[in-house]
Design a protein around this ligand. Structure first.
Ligand code: PEP
Length: 242
């Protein structure tokens, strides 16, 4: 899976241009979904352009609320996402963990909501620089995985995104990524006895120049790309490397 996360970027014009260009440029592979996560206000437009162009791109949301009922100004719930046939949702991105004070309990509710609505989850996790320097990464990630306990996933993708690598230009080395992805897969199998295989994609300063090396590990099942995915040509080239 190759995921484009636009964060809080874009316009109607750039969304339309991106979808049209990427749809023409990528060589779609059945086992490598191409997922576009625009700001939520562009989901409607994106769905329309994807459908009109018979595009192979899948649609992902950057947000989901845990409840469909709560009075919540600004909230976007799973039913609204279903209305746009949203295929995927990012849950647990480090920026949202920080800004919205998300914790394991609130993330668990968001996971429930996505699973109940059959929206495929891309669950993001990753350690800070301080945790890495204190050699506590694996313990920390194990704790971040706890909301997955006893959840019934049809399909689960983890996005390993070390916080120190997001938007900094400093990607983790392929050796480090390989080790951490291997740990996440083993941990999910033993701790959660997940029936299906868990896919683990990497995110954090992925660029055209480093994507091939990162993807060369057998433990890397794809990429989640922020900044470098805004340019349709760069994103398409990265997809085609996968
Ligand atoms: C992200 O948005 O999750 C991300 C990894 O961003 P960037 O590729 O810009 O580091």
């Amino acid at each position: 899976m190759i995921v484009s996360n636009w964060k809080m970027n874009g316009s109607k014009l750039s969304v339309e241009k991106w979808i049209k260009e990427v749809s023409k440029s990528i060589l779609p592979k059945e086992n490598v979904p191409c997922v576009f996560c625009p700001p939520v206000c562009y989901l409607d437009l994106s769905r329309k352009i994807i459908d009109e162009n018979s595009s192979p791109i899948s649609l992902g949301s950057q947000i989901i609320e845990s409840s469909t009922q709560t009075a919540l100004t600004g909230g976007i719930n799973s039913q609204m996402l279903q209305d746009y046939s949203t295929d995927y949702v990012l849950i647990g991105h480090s920026e949202q963990r920080e800004h919205y004070k998300e914790d394991n309990a609130s993330l668990r509710l968001k996971l429930n909501s996505a699973i109940d609505s059959q929206i495929s989850v891309i669950f993001c996790l990753g350690e800070s620089e301080e945790i890495k320097n204190n050699n506590k990464t694996k313990e920390f990630l194990a704790d971040q995985l706890e909301p997955l306990l006893e959840q019934d996933f049809g399909l689960l993708t983890l996005a390993y995104e070390p916080v120190w690598a997001i938007g900094t230009g400093l990607n983790a080395t392929s050796k480090y990524i390989d080790e951490i992805h291997g740990f996440l897969k083993d941990y999910c199998q033993t701790r959660f006895a997940l029936k299906q295989n868990v896919s683990v994609v990497y995110g954090g300063s992925v660029k055209l120049e480093n994507c091939e090396e990162i993807l060369s590990s057998n433990n890397v099942d794809g990429l989640l790309i922020g900044g470098a995915s805004l340019d349709p040509e760069t994103f398409s080239k990265i997809y085609n490397f996968s």
